[in-house]
Design a protein around this ligand. Structure first.
Ligand code: FPP
Ligand code: MG
Length: 290
């Protein structure tokens, strides 16, 4: 990634790029575990991670997020304009490098990025008011999160001549499970561990799966209370009420269970592929503490 950005010969862009927190590099790991290690697979991994980093730079502007992975976000330090432009530099460079790959791979990744943007727009629209529609939520998280992971896995398979459909199914289910778990952690983890205030999804207008289950399982009076807290700065008592009711109605457990089922779906797609690395990614994700 650094090599790609350095080749633009602009020190300011490179300095800004180096300030980005690294993250888990899930998409890159996936590509290397599917396609093996080669110059080409490293390039593809860098391309997908550059797109992902760009999307987060834009997302932090859209969400007015002042932190990213526990550190001040680029928009918090340098302002929205810099964050948007660094994002533009990263994804346009990624596309320039993508044009050196087969048209099948280039089309797969670039179409995923279009839908990624559609997913973010959907997320914004759904955040306007309290969303109680699970289908809309799943469509949004598929596009916003799973689609790039799905395309990364499929294109890595294409790169090394493996059956792309198996890896695509693996990637899609991993991506969906990953987003549901991220949504659960926003509620169960402390702000210290999260690197941002807990329950910030609800404050940002995101009615994630645990909220959708909760809403279905409480009476009308409590539904009104939940809606009245939507997008508000929650005090300790409000947070406690939400967390307790989620526990009592099994909304958190059922969300975790749902993510685990998606994980098993991912595993079943690649069961005959003899890929321990991919099995490990799923196991680590579904066997963690919440
Ligand atoms: C994080 O969601 C956001 C995404 C995974 C996708 C954002 C996509 C775009 C902004 C489309 C533009 C794409 C490019 C390539 C510039 P979140 O806000 O739920 O998660 P967070 O807590 O990590 O912010
Ligand atoms: Mg965000």
């Amino acid at each position: 990634m650094e090599e790609f950005i350095a080749s633009l010969e602009d020190q300011h862009s490179l300095d800004l790029f180096k300030k980005l927190p690294k993250g888990k590099r899930l998409r890159a790991k996936l590509i290397l575990k599917i396609a093996g290690e080669s110059r080409e697979s490293y390039k593809l991994a860098a391309i997908v991670e550059l797109v992902h980093a760009a999307s987060l730079l834009h997302d932090d502007v859209i969400d007015d997020a002042l932190t990213r992975r526990g550190k001040d976000s680029i928009n918090a330090i340098y302002g929205n304009k810099t964050s948007i432009m660094l994002g533009d530099i990263l994804y346009s460079k990624a596309f320039a490098e993508l044009s050196n790959f087969s048209s099948e791979i280039a089309y797969r990744i670039s179409s995923a990025v279009s839908l990624l943007s559609v997913g973010e727009l959907l997320d914004m629209a759904l955040s306007e008011q309290f969303n109680d529609n699970k289908t809309a939520y799943f469509d949004m998280i598929y596009k916003k999160t799973a689609i790039l992971i799905e395309a990364a896995a499929a294109s890595a398979a294409m790169l090394c001549g493996k059956d792309a459909s198996l890896y695509e199914t693996y990637g899609r289910n991993l991506g969906l499970a990953f987003q549901v778990i991220d949504d659960v952690l926003d509620i169960t983890q402390s702000s210290e561990v999260l690197g941002k205030p807990s329950l910030s999804d609800f404050k940002e207008g995101k009615t994630t799966l645990p909220y959708l289950y909760l809403y279905e399982r409480i009476n009308t009076e409590e539904q009104h209370k939940l809606i009245s807290l939507f997008k508000k700065d929650l005090d300790k008592d409000d947070k406690m009420w939400i967390k307790n009711r989620m526990k009592e109605t099994s909304s958190l457990n059922d969300s975790i269970q749902y993510a685990k089922e998606l994980g098993l779906e991912a595993l079943s797609a690649i069961k005959d592929e003899n890929n321990d690395g991919l099995t490990k990614i799923i196991k680590e994700m579904i066997e963690r503490e919440f």
